[in-house]
Ligand binder design. Structure first.
Ligand SMILES: Cc1cc2nc3c(=O)[nH]c(=O)nc-3n(C[C@H](O)[C@H](O)[C@H](O)COP(=O)(O)OP(=O)(O)OC[C@H]3O[C@@H](n4cnc5c(N)ncnc54)[C@H](O)[C@@H]3O)c2cc1C
Length: 221
């Protein structure tokens, strides 16, 4: 979309590459010369009437919110009992006098709701101790929108690969089961790249088993 001095990209059915460093989908997209749109780390907020929030106020509340998250992270090391993240943030917000007027509070609440959105859960139901336990599995680098979603990658990879539906595979009397999918990776669960890497893992196992069978070798399970 182009407007007065502005160009913006909007996409339906897109996927997000959560970190492009070492991300196999990022590599594939580059090899296929697909355009990726960097997810901006600038996120100015607007009031309900469409008025831009004052830049300094926006930054002040965001910094205070990030500061409370850091304090909450420290707090969990001191607490022995399991408490909700929402309780910790609410307590710290009051203790440290963050967002003490209506304008600041509405911005602070936006950050809390955004946190609920990104975690797909209420803060009252997220555990202070474990809510961000998957952070260490993030891939590094910027986040990118991948236009049209992963289907494009799937189609590109499936090019010239014979795909046969509704066919029972005879494995020479021996049954082999291979399990791929995001649920089978401890490293990158709940991501497309996690699912993709497990597919490569299982495909390698299938190829190995097929080779062994061809060579009439005994496969030790
Ligand atoms: C709304 C949403 C947005 C997401 N956005 C992103 C994102 O932007 N970036 C990202 O990295 N990840 C994202 N994810 C996560 C990502 O989509 C998943 O991790 C990934 O799709 C998992 O792939 P998979 O192959 O393991 O499983 P799936 O994609 O779920 O594939 C499993 C397939 O098995 C089929 N199936 C199930 N049971 C049977 C059966 N009995 N017989 C035959 N077929 C069956 C299903 O129909 C499905 O097609 C998102 C997830 C959701 C829900």
């Amino acid at each position: 979309m182009e407007g007065v001095n502005k160009v913006a990209a909007a996409d339906l059915g897109r996927s997000v590459l959560t970190g492009t460093l070492e991300n196999p989908h990022g590599l594939l997209a580059r090899q296929l010369s697909y355009t990726l749109h960097k997810v901006s780390d600038q996120c100015p907020l607007y009031r309900a009437g469409g008025k831009l929030v004052d830049e300094h106020l926006d930054k002040k509340v965001e910094d205070a919110y990030n500061g409370l998250l850091k304090k909450a992270s420290k707090l969990r090391q001191e607490l022995s009992q399991i408490v909700p993240l929402g309780w910790a943030l609410e307590t710290l917000q009051k203790d440290f006098g963050v967002a003490m007027n209506d304008k600041e509070m509405s911005l602070f609440n936006w950050h809390l709701e955004n946190l609920e959105f990104t975690n797909a859960g209420l803060l009252s139901q997220l555990s202070l101790a474990f809510w961000d336990q998957d952070n260490r599995y993030d891939m590094g680098g910027d986040h990118f929108f991948f236009p049209s979603g992963n289907e494009r990658l799937v189609h590109a990879m499936a090019e010239n690969v014979p795909i046969i539906f509704k066919k029972i595979i005879n494995c020479g009397g021996k049954e082999d089961f291979f399990f791929a999918g995001e649920a089978t990776t401890g490293r990158y669960p709940a991501t497309m790249h996690g699912a993709f890497l497990t597919g490569l893992r299982e495909a390698a196992k299938m190829a190995h088993n097929a080779n062994v069978r061809t060579l009439h070798l005994q496969v030790k399970k």
